[in-house]
Design a protein around this ligand. Structure first.
Ligand code: GLA
Length: 386
């Protein structure tokens, strides 16, 4: 297997003619449970995957940021003095957006030096695995260290979220960046998006001989346009009609009142968020009391809620989840924003081949797009590698 740290450093040297000061990296993520709850100030339970984005970075003696990557042929050049989210686009928007979001948060970058940056990544793009957060967080930790900012991981996650919201234009929550910054080996991150308290919860996958299968539908999603924003708007509409600032303020006991007050579709959207918050709490309690083999029904209930109430799944994802469970998965559900992307299945390690081939066959028989299926390991968050 390629050592991406060395590959990124070598590509940097080839591009800029000298060795980088360092190499930083951050992972993509899978959300175990808690979908579309983050921007409603609810609960999420993600982990980082063993697919990362690397940023090899060298210090310049001017104020320019120069960006290159192993997946594009062009170079992007910008000045730290004139960063403007309105003019950022493509993958470089995630990098420049982080520097701009730091300035926007009042962090003084007036003494910051320019940087040469080379990006490499093995996080699949468009798969719902947060390649964008991996990029934001990899450069976030690099900027923090090279500019001596002393920001903590949560502050860097917030900066990444602002970059995504303003430079890329997707109204997303803190889930992806918090996972990429805070994650630990073999743990999920239990994040309360209201208080922003986070703590690791042990998954015990290794002890239990379990693994997580990612089933990428290869149906590409896009959160800056389309259904994601519609769901965001429905949640805001429901909250306003119920007289609350965020949906975090209501629980399952408020659902009868919500049903009275809301139109049928908005009610189902709200019911998903409210029940999903409860499922995150139940998953944490179940993991801690009984371990991962006991969370299957919660994963399946979340998938059903996203399919029927929130309506963010696609046929490929629904069939993949159903088939995985019938073939022996403990539970399966879509992960991420929806409208394509990936599902996950919690599976016995010795059943990976059987379940993956059952899913591939079922999708082929239904005339649906062929999935890409692979296992992931809950891994460490953003860090310096070199
Ligand atoms: C995307 C967004 C996250 C979150 C999820 C849905 O991944 O980036 O902020 O809203 O969708 O849970």
């Amino acid at each position: 297997m390629t050592d991406h740290r060395e590959a990124a450093a070598a590509a940097f040297e080839a591009a800029y003619g000298h060795a980088p000061t360092g190499v930083w990296s951050a992972p993509g993520r899978v959300n175990l449970i808690g979908e579309h709850t983050d921007y409603n100030n609810g609960y999420v339970l993600p982990f980082a995957i063993d697919r990362r984005t690397w940023a090899a970075v060298g210090v310049r003696d001017d104020r320019q940021l120069r960006l290159r990557s192993t997946f594009s042929t062009y170079e992007v050049v910008a000045s730290l003095d004139t960063l403007d989210p309105a003019t950022m686009d493509g993958w470089s928007a995630y990098v420049l957006g982080v520097a701009w979001a730091m300035q926007d948060a009042g962090i003084d970058l007036s003494a910051a030096s320019g940087l040469d940056i080379l990006i490499d990544s093995d996080v699949p793009v468009g798969a719902g695995l947060s390649s964008s957060a991996a990029l934001e967080c990899a450069v976030g930790v690099a900027f923090d260290e090279l500019w001596n900012l002393g920001l903590d991981k949560l502050a860097l996650a917030r900066v990444g979220r602002v970059a995504e919201n303003k430079a890329v234009g997707a109204p997303t929550g803190l889930l992806d960046q918090a996972a990429s910054m805070l994650a630990e080996d073999d743990h999920v991150v239990f994040l309360d998006c209201d208080t922003e308290d986070a703590r690791p919860v042990s998954l015990h996958l290794r002890d239990e001989n379990l693994t997580i299968l990612v089933m990428n539908s290869n149906v590409e999603h896009e959160h800056a346009t389309g259904g994601y924003g519609d769901r965001f708007a429905s949640c805001a509409k429901g909250a306003a009609a119920l007289g609350v600032t965020t949906l975090r303020e209501i629980g399952e006991s408020d659902l009868p009142r919500a049903q009275e007050a809301l139109d049928e579709e908005t009610y189902r959207r709200i019911r998903h968020v409210v029940t999903e918050n409860q499922r995150v709490l139940d998953t944490v309690a179940t993991l801690e009391a009984e371990g991962p083999r006991a969370i299957g029904e919660l994963l399946n209930a979340s998938q059903a809620s996203m399919r029927d109430d929130f309506e963010i799944t696609v046929p490929e994802i629904d069939l993949a989840c159903n088939t995985a469970v019938v073939a022996g998965a403990i539970g399966a559900r879509m992960t991420g924003g929806g409208f394509g992307g990936s599902a996950i299945a919690l599976v016995p390690a010795d059943a990976v081949e059987t379940i993956a081939s059952a899913v591939t066959t079922a999708l082929a028989n239904a005339g649906l797009r062929e999935p890409t299926i692979f296992t992931v390991t809950p891994s460490q968050g953003a860090r310096r590698d070199y």
